[in-house]
Structures are given as C-alpha cells and as structure tokens.
Design a protein around this ligand. Structure first.
Ligand SMILES: [Zn+2]
Length: 395
C-alpha cells in the first residue's frame, strides 16, 4: 500500500475539503484515510454546547514503547472572502509557479500535511518512531473555540491519555521557514468600564456630571504609567482601549453614561489575578482625581466588568523539546530560529496544562488572505524538519 509520504498530495486532499468553521467538509475523513495505513487508531468525537454549533474533532494515536509526542492542529479554515478575487479557486489546490493555492494552505492544513508525511516516511524507512505519536486535530480553532481543543484534551485525558510533549503546527514564521519557534504566549484580558454621570445642558455643566470626563480620567490611569518594561522572554505588556462610547447624538446635551472597552496583552510579570488587582487599584485611586473634573468633590461612579475568559500567559521551559526542534530546523534550513512569545493567543494555551508545548509550522504571510498559498519547496522542507525532529526527539 502507498503511504502518505508526499506532503503536497496530502495537502491537496485537505484543501479540496471546504471545511470553513464549523463544517467538517470531509477534511477529517481525508485525515483518517491517511492515518489508518500508518497504524493510527482514529476517534472522531463531536462536541456540543448550547448556543454554539456542534463540532467534529479527531484524535489519532499510533502506540509504541517509549515517550508520547502529540502533534496538535486544526482542519477548519476561515471563510474565503471574495471568491472572485482569488487567482485560483480557494478549494481547488491548484499549483502555479511552484506554489499550491487554497484556503488553509498555510493556516494550517499545510502543517498537518507535512507532519503526516514525516511520520509516513519514518514508518516506511524505520518502521515508525520508538514511542507513541498522536494527532489532536480540532475543527473549531478559527471559530468560538468552545467545542474544540479544550474539550478534546479533556476527552482524551479522561480516557487515560498522557503526553510528554506537544508540537503545534501553526504557521509561526514571519518571512522564511526556520525564522521562529513559539515557546510561549502572552496572556490576554478584556474588560468594559461604565461611568455613570448626570445628564444635563452643556451650557450648565455645574448642574450635570459629564461621564466623558470621568471616563477620560479612568482610561488615563490605565494607560499611564506603563505596566512593565518587558521581561527576558516577553515584550512589554500593552493595554489598548478598543472602544469609547457615549452614544450621544445631540451636541447640546451632556450624556448620562459613557463606556470604554480595553484589552491587555500581558507578559510573565503578571498573572491574570495580579493584573486584575492592579487594574482595580488604578481605577479606585483615579476615581478621586480632579485633572479632567476640576471642582468636583464626588468620586467618579463606575463599574468594571471583565469579559470572556482570560487567556493565561505561559512560557515553555523544556530544553529537550526546544533543543530537538531548534536543532532540526538548523540542520534542515541552516537557520537559527528565534525563540519567541510574540503574536496572538493559540491553542497552545490549553495544551500547556497537560505537557510542555512548542509551535512551529509554515510561513504565515498569506494566512487568512485571498490567494493563500504555499511554495511546494517549503512543504518539502517543513516535512524534513518534522522528520528530523521525530528522529531527534525519540532518538
Ligand atoms: Zn491556525
């Protein structure tokens, strides 16, 4: 039987499945077809939750005697946008000038296609790694991420699955394959502040209490001073005010209420608890300030509501895992990868609760864009990096 050793063939099969979140689109079936001949036991649990669409996921394990490596990723893709703007149809896997086009080519069906090709080559040449390899693949990474990785990890762990390390195949390289490994991620917190004032005539401000002045005072206290100067492994924490709303259509009325929403991306100086406490402290202190509210004696009346679940900051410190990956990248690409914690959050933030996790995949330049595409040479190179990594980490 022919094993799935060609990453381009694997990727073409996956791109042809229109798996826009939450649709399975045939992508998990295509994976199952590749994995079964390699000796993987495949499960495809579907998870549900009120108010969100059901999502099908895949967990596959090839058992062996030795440590257990997890490869994690997602087969769902973002919508194609203006389909007419694509040079080649987004689910055609067309090849032109040495590049394969298609939604998900780099984010991240390409990473999965390369990892499977790497395992297949190992099986063909050496009978497979001396240990267990599993693939934890969700169909809900680009969507609400509720019926995906979190539940799949819980589901697998409840069946006794334990992992020694995990590799996430998201596109981590800004410009060239080998640029960057992600070894951690910043945390993320969001909240809305509401300031209550008193409505009135702009010509008689002493009879009113303008909540915009109060909100400016509070927002000012969140922006100044900066939260920290960054750490050895992380850039400085940063707060951005993302909305500032009064909803007032009149120019001669002082409104009764104003709200602002902010998001903060924070480093390992903080935990979400210490950072929340710092923010409460800053707002409480600022509520008595007179800078924007001269002459007022009453403190600013405000509420703070935390939004969503916070994303925890994390940093992986596992030399065996990081060295095996960085060494494999150096061997195959000749590049010394930067060990980075930049960028948004990823599913690695959930996996880190189970085992050390690092991220390395394709070049991310065209992800989520019209004409998402990957050079075939890059697919081959990533497959070789993963092959070398399998040899080194298990060896
Ligand atoms: Zn992705």
């Amino acid at each position: 039987m022919k094993l799935p050793t060609d990453p381009a063939e694997n990727l073409a099969a996956l791109i042809r499945c229109p798996s826009v979140t939450p649709a399975e689109g045939g992508a998990l079936s295509a994976l199952e077809t590749m994995l079964k001949p390699l000796g993987f036991a495949v499960d495809r649990p579907t998870f549900s939750e009120d108010g969100t669409p059901d999502v099908e996921n895949l967990y596959a394990r090839r058992s062996g005697n030795g440590p257990h490596l997890m490869f994690a990723g997602h087969t769902d893709v973002v919508p194609v946008g203006d389909e007419a703007a694509w040079t080649h149809p987004p689910f055609s896997a067309a090849i032109a000038h040495g590049e394969m086009y298609g939604r998900g080519a780099v984010d991240m069906k390409g990473g999965i296609a390369c990892f499977i090709a790497a395992v297949a080559r190992h099986v063909e040449a050496h009978g497979g790694p001396k240990g267990s390899v599993s693939l934890l693949i969700t169909g809900d990474e680009e969507g609400p991420s509720i019926n995906g990785t979190v539940k799949l990890l819980e589901w697998a762990a409840s069946r006794g699955e334990k992992w020694d390390a995990a590799l996430v195949g998201e596109p981590t390289n800004p410009d060239a394959l080998g640029d960057m490994i992600k070894i951690g991620r910043r945390g993320s917190l969001s909240a809305t502040i509401t300031v209550h004032g008193r409505q009135g005539h702009v010509a008689y401000p002493h009879l009113a209490d303008n909540p915009v002045r109060g909100l400016m005072t509070l927002v000012d206290a969140l922006i100044n001073p900066v939260f920290d100067k960054g750490t050895k492994d992380f850039q400085p924490s940063n707060l951005e005010v993302t909305t500032f709303d009064v909803g007032n259509t009149a120019t001669n009325v002082i409104a009764a209420k104003a709200t602002a929403t902010f998001n903060i991306r924070y480093n390992d100086t903080w935990t979400d608890e210490t950072l929340q406490a710092e923010i409460h402290n800053r707002l409480d202190k600022a509520s008595g300030r007179k800078k924007y509210r001269p002459g007022r004696k009453d403190p600013i009346e405000f509420e703070l509501a935390w939004r969503d679940r916070p994303s925890h900051v994390f940093l992986t410190r596992n030399d065996k895992l990081i060295d095996a990956l960085a060494g494999s990248i150096k061997t195959v690409t000749g590049r010394e990868p930067k060990l980075s914690t930049t960028g948004g959050t990823s599913d690695a933030r959930f996996i880190k609760n189970y085992c050390p996790v690092v991220e390395f995949g394709l070049v991310g330049k065209t992800m989520h864009m019209v004409d998402e595409r990957v050079p075939l040479a890059e697919l081959e190179m990533l497959t070789q990096v993963y092959q070398q990594f399998l040899a080194d980490w298990f060896g």
